[in-house]
Design a protein around this ligand. Sequence first.
Ligand code: ADP
Ligand code: MG
Length: 643
Amino acid sequence: MATQKKRFSEIIRKDHEQRKAEEWRGTFLDYLELIKEKPETVKLAHAHLYDVITAAGQSDPDESDLPRLSKLFNNEPPKIHNFFKDTFFGIEDILDKLVRYFHSAALKGEESRQVLYLMGPVGAGKSSIMERLKQGLEEAPPIYAIEGCPIHEEPLHLIPKHLRREFEKMLDVQIEGELCPICRHRLEDEFKGKYEAVPVNTIRFSAIHRRGIAVVPPVDPNNQDTSVLIGSEDISKLDRYSEGDPRVLDLNGAFNAGNRGLVEFIEVFKNETEYLHAILTATQEKFVPAPGRHGTIYVDTVIVAHSNEAEWRKFKADHTNEAILDRIVTVKVPYNLRLSEEQKIYQKILGRSGFKAHIAPHTLEIAAMFAILSRLERTPKCDLITKLKIYNGEEVVEKGQTKKVDLVELKEDTKVEGMMGISPRFIMKAIDTALSQSPEGITPIHIRDVLIKMVKETDMPDDRKKTYLEFLQDTIHKAYLEILEREITKAFVYAYEEQAETLFQNYLDHAEAYVNKTKVSDRNTKEELEPDEEFLKSIEEQIAIVGSAAEGFRQEVIAYLWSATRRGEKIVYASYEPLKEALEKKLMGSVREISRIITKSRTRDEEQKDKFNALVGNLLENGYNQHTAEVVLKYAANHLWKD
Ligand SMILES: Nc1ncnc2c1ncn2[C@@H]1O[C@H](COP(=O)(O)OP(=O)(O)O)[C@@H](O)[C@H]1O
Ligand SMILES: [Mg+2]
């Protein structure tokens, strides 16, 4: 207990220390000295955010993923930004585009005066990208600001216009922006114009405190008061101060709060055009009106908006919006289209939830398969499941075709792929439902049932519903049976090899004793036994060696065994081809038996019971639990190996 407490307090102490070390307070004159030392400290909002993102570095795709990714991206796999890694999956190219936007905006390209607009279907991760950006700002070291400024502005604004050029040269920085009305007033009133004495301190970005980060939800269409954006005049102060005194200003609008950082607009196009014009001016001019008659206020912030495509189309169709359209950089955020990555999304979300129930292998895969099929556009080149596999980077040659379908060609043929279909949220709802229905664990069969039910109950156009049900009831059903057959055979073959080996050793023991006319020493009991001819025959007859031929065959086997041993070779059941064939055929009988073993739970004999238990044992090792193993075996018995 005591040591735990010590450990906690140690972590906390270090954190306090580190944060303290990052903090700073001084006069503006001290600040100038500091900037002279570290001019790179002075950054506009876009450059700051860009540095926050890229500080985490980049990494190459995992070695094991590289061939697949090279194929997927035509030998140019996108850069993986560590900032987004482990949070976002399958949209590396989109995130790279985003980073490139910030790069040119950081260099004060045209982009720095445009609204970054993320457009994509619900659940494609737009809000999550915003969350990540905001989190990045919050975790970054603090920035310098005029102490007490309601919009925590850049202290260099204190330098009067006529001295700016000189200071820019001396400091090797560019100075942009004007003092806010409140700081201007304080400078005169409190500091009598001595700007060198104005205190400067560090501030940390914080979304809850609305410091450098502001979020604007869609505004009530009946009350699109721009005070949400630019703040207001505090009426209670109006009688205290004279008209025109900036102290009546309440600079708590989104552009004030988000100065130096980021302003996020959710479902932005639900807002009225006039409202949007305020956003436009802020972006283009980097000024917003101050409330009342107080002139304008310089703002430096990254403006990001997001919404879905339907809203975007509606907005675009309205000609009065042309000016605004010209000021928007659109980054499409489609759904992920890679099967492997889709499962990682679910795993990520599951990891954060309270559900601890068992999930059988391939369960998330089947759910992901449905999600991705729903997002793909049809093509005359191959069927959809083949397309899904190709998009997943798998080597596929479609049945009956000799030429491989080309991924790049497939992509080129699409129009809105990834911009529609089933969202990860829909799938998560299905997984949650299945998990709460079945605390013993869920299987692909269960998740498919839940999905079918959900699709039936969800309100959507009839033809889409029909397509989705076809995916689940036909395409995915078949795909799962293939997976299941492979899975069970694999589990069986594992035991099968052991069995073949035992059979092989037994055969050798008995055949050797037979040939040498000696006895067999039982491996366990050490009992001396006569060679079991019936047993030998049961193997030999598998390859039609009967009667007098048997004697010669046994001699050959033993001769082979001896010479192999002399050569120091390891003897396994597969060493001697004819015997291997005989042993496999003998065991094959039992592969055919799988379904019988699985179905006839009551009439299994001892041997079958052993086999069944070995099979279940292997499934357990492969990630199933008792319940889910039994469920999939029963399902296999009902749907596979039907004669
Ligand atoms: N490509 C992706 N990688 C990782 N997570 C994703 C991805 N797409 C969606 N998600 C997850 O799905 C959920 C819904 O995404 P969200 O950001 O709310 O979407 P949107 O704002 O576009 O409607 C979130 O938990 C999000 O993290
Ligand atoms: Mg959202």
